[in-house]
Write a protein that binds this ligand. Structure first.
Ligand SMILES: [Zn+2]
Length: 359
């Protein structure tokens, strides 16, 4: 190569690449994290790993579209085209990092609504990749869309466990079963900053997930948080195949609540903190928008692993304070200077050594 290829040349090359080619790299990145010991801080419930599943949009246009675009009505006459994926992200309660795994792209078929598409994508993900991650002893987290029998069965078939949000409105059978039973209960006073709040837990074992004869049985748990005046601040309920008891109910509820971290620590960072996941970098004719989204996830996974594991990277990030400031400095300094190694570059960024002299 004599010259660095331009934007449009790179786009044209990437458009032809099959997105699945990038999938094995996510497992490689995770293996690095595991070897460096960075994954241990994210283990919970006796050494298990939480993997949150959730759908997110990454390309949207009112003009450009392809056979794999989803579409919806916008305004009176307009149609908007978009791409979505089911993201799989390692999260942990009390931990502000998230590690992306390879996603499953949602290609809509006629007659399937959003719920159906996400549920199908989750089952495809589990069938194709569940085995690869089974050694992590994963517990899959998801919102109420996933707490249905087909997804629960797919998780168990992939040698995982599930801990899904279960709303009373959509799980009538559980509500009926629960009525009239005196539930096990645990109440804890918890200090939150200067204030005290009350956490109340209830749980019930071997509940039918739905009303018919073929229903699987699950364990149900609920958390309610009230302030010192008795006002309700938070309430959520979950279903799981894991045993629930007085000893683990609080940790199970905290783990189930870690699901929102996929919004905060992953999607929010990817969309607003310099990755521009939703920015229209280009749609291409075949795979470009999908390839660009997956490269974005790969970059995010690499950066998270660097922050959890590598010394010089962490030092450089600390000196430059914000994520965007760090990337900006990286771009500028490499426009002017050639570094002998990645390590030299990071140490210069961390002000630990002077920049190299010119040739
Ligand atoms: Zn498209």
């Amino acid at each position: 190569m004599r010259k660095i290829p331009g934007d449009s040349q790179i786009r044209a090359k990437l458009d032809a690449v099959e997105p699945a080619m990038f999938h094995p790299m996510f497992a490689d990145i995770l293996a690095e994290l595991e070897q460096s010991g960075g994954l241990d801080a994210m283990r919970c419930l006796d050494g298990q790993i939480l993997i949150a599943l959730d759908g997110t949009e990454f390309h949207c246009s009112d003009k450009i579209h392809c056979a794999n675009c989803s579409h919806r009505k916008r305004g009176k006459s307009g149609i908007e085209y978009f791409h979505t994926m089911l993201a799989a992200t390692i999260v942990a309660p009390g931990h502000n990092r998230a590690v992306s795994l390879e996603p499953e792209f949602i290609v809509p078929q006629d007659g399937h609504d959003k719920q159906d598409c996400e549920s199908r994508a989750a089952r495809r993900w589990l069938a194709a990749r569940g085995a690869r991650y089974a050694k992590l002893r994963p517990i899959y987290l998801g919102d109420d869309l996933f707490s249905r029998q087909p997804v629960c069965e797919a998780v168990v078939a992939a040698a995982g466990h599930f801990l899904f949000v279960c709303k009373p409105e959509s799980h009538k059978a559980i509500e009926e079963f629960r009525a009239g039973i005196v539930l096990d209960e645990l109440t804890q006073r918890v200090r939150r900053g200067k204030q005290w709040v009350i956490h109340r837990y209830q749980w019930l074992r071997d509940v039918p997930l739905r009303g018919d004869a073929h229903s699987i049985t699950v364990n149900w748990l609920m958390i309610e948080i009230r302030d010192a005046h008795g006002n309700l601040r938070y309430r959520n309920s979950f279903v799981t195949d894991l045993p629930v008891n007085r000893e683990n109910v609080a940790e199970l509820a905290a783990s189930g609540r870690a699901r929102w971290k996929i919004e905060n620590e992953a999607f929010n960072v990817l969309k607003t903190k310099g990755y521009n996941l939703e920015h229209n970098f280009g749609h291409g004719k075949r795979n470009l928008s999908t390839v660009l989204a997956i490269l974005n996830l790969l970059a995010f996974a690499c950066h998270t692993v660097c922050e959890l594991a590598a010394g010089p990277w962490r030092a450089a990030r600390r000196e430059l304070v914000t994520r965007q400031g760090f990337f900006q400095a990286l771009r500028i300094i490499t426009s002017y200077l050639v570094f002998d190694s990645w390590d030299d570059l990071l140490r210069t960024l961390a002000f630990a050594r002077p920049p190299p002299l010119g040739p």
